[in-house]
Write a protein that binds this ligand. Structure first.
Ligand code: FES
Length: 199
């Protein structure tokens, strides 16, 4: 909820259109209800409590219109249901975004050494198995901003032009992954692989 509240604040400040749907089992057990009701953008909020006014995802999503962006936050099964419904209604994959509080503990990755080639400077760097690309770049004097360091926030996203990436983030869409990666956690897919990034 809190990442979406921050987004709503910003959208309201920027005078942008948005609608905010909040689903919970019961009003009594739901967090932030009184805070949300006190927001200057409270008229944009639709509360759905399962024991009062159950949320029908298909009804609230509607057909995709160019420029729409859909952000969802909640248990993985809920977010899956939102995205499955959205895709069935024609939403573009690049417009669907999940917000996580913590890293989902589902995948065990094995780290290998890989190599970075920096397109603009021609510099080549080796990324040891126990370091991230962001760490190695920072050590070499290249400024890489990071925040979560877990592939959640997108702060460290960079463009790449060559190489096979093992994307370990939770923020990029499949379309974005064609030419972007998160430097805090994503790596070359193969040991000794080489990624050319736009730095
Ligand atoms: S620092 Fe958050 S995704 Fe990399």
């Amino acid at each position: 909820m809190t990442p979406l509240m921050a987004m709503a604040h910003q959208l309201y400040k920027d005078n942008q259109e948005f609608v905010f749907y909040y689903k919970a089992s019961t009003r009594a057990g739901a967090g932030f209800v009184s805070e949300l009701e006190a927001m200057p953008w409270s008229s944009k909020i639709h509360f759905h409590f399962s024991d009062e006014n159950r949320l029908n995802i298909a009804d609230v999503l509607g057909d995709f219109r160019g420029g729409d962006q859909l952000y969802t936050c909640g248990p993985p099964a809920f977010m899956d249901a939102v995205f499955t419904t959205a895709k069935a209604q024609g939403w573009d994959d690049a417009c669907l975004h999940r917000e996580y509080f913590t890293v989902p503990d589902d995948i065990e990755y094995e780290n290998h050494v890989f190599h970075l080639k920096l397109e603009q400077s021609g510099v080549e760097l080796e990324v040891p198995a126990e370091r991230s690309a962001a760490d190695v770049l920072a050590e070499a004097g290249f400024q890489v901003e990071t925040k979560c360091s877990d592939g959640l926030c997108g702060t460290c996203v960079a463009e790449y032009s060559q190489g096979e990436v093992e994307h370990r983030d939770y923020v990029l869409s499949n379309e974005q992954r064609q030419n972007k990666l998160t430097l805090c956690c994503s790596r070359a897919r193969e040991a000794q692989g080489r990624l050319t990034i736009n730095l």
